[in-house]
Design a protein around this ligand. Structure first.
Ligand SMILES: [Zn+2]
Length: 160
């Protein structure tokens, strides 16, 4: 399905239009967060814990050119900090526990929360980039990134 949608008028006054298919942002982010290919919903986005697959095994959508970079840890730190710090302060104000209780409670919680959020956040950000045709997800864009070839079968065999 192709949807025409208008963008802002350019300085010459002519309307700019795009013939790219509309990609729903929220659905793409949710699929990415659930480690599902945002294009088909069947394949996986990740090969490892945080290592994304080169491409979807079901539909061939390439993921190697995403540029999530350091945004996943940034958002993870922000979210975890906004959960752990108020909880820590509330516990301290209410019960004044010993420092070893704080350490044995908040350190594991922080690590678990960070590890459990990092991958869904990275998947959601890859989904956002796909939905907005960012970086290599726009088939009509000039190549702004070098092409990353798929690993040679001999290398994959050696690594596994
Ligand atoms: Zn797919």
């Amino acid at each position: 399905m192709t949807v025409l949608y208008e963008t802002n008028a350019n300085p010459d006054g002519a309307e700019l239009t795009s013939t790219k298919a509309h990609r729903p942002v929220l659905a793409a982010m949710l699929r990415g967060a659930a480690n599902k290919c945002m294009n088909c919903g069947q394949g996986k986005v990740f090969d490892g814990f945080l290592k994304n697959a080169h491409a979807c095994s079901q539909c061939g959508q390439e993921f190697h050119h995403h540029r999530a970079d350091d945004a996943p840890p940034y958002f993870t730190i922000t979210i975890v900090g906004h959960i752990i710090i108020p909880a820590l302060l509330a516990v301290e104000v209410l019960w004044h526990p010993a420092i070893w209780i704080h350490m044995s409670l908040w350190l594991p919680l922080t690590i678990l929360l960070a590890l459990s959020l990092m991958r869904p956040i990275k998947g959601a950000l890859i989904g956002l980039q796909w939905a907005l045709y960012m970086h290599g997800f726009d088939p009509d864009a000039e190549d702004d990134l070098p092409v990353v070839p798929a690993p040679a079968p001999a290398i994959v065999e050696r690594l596994s």
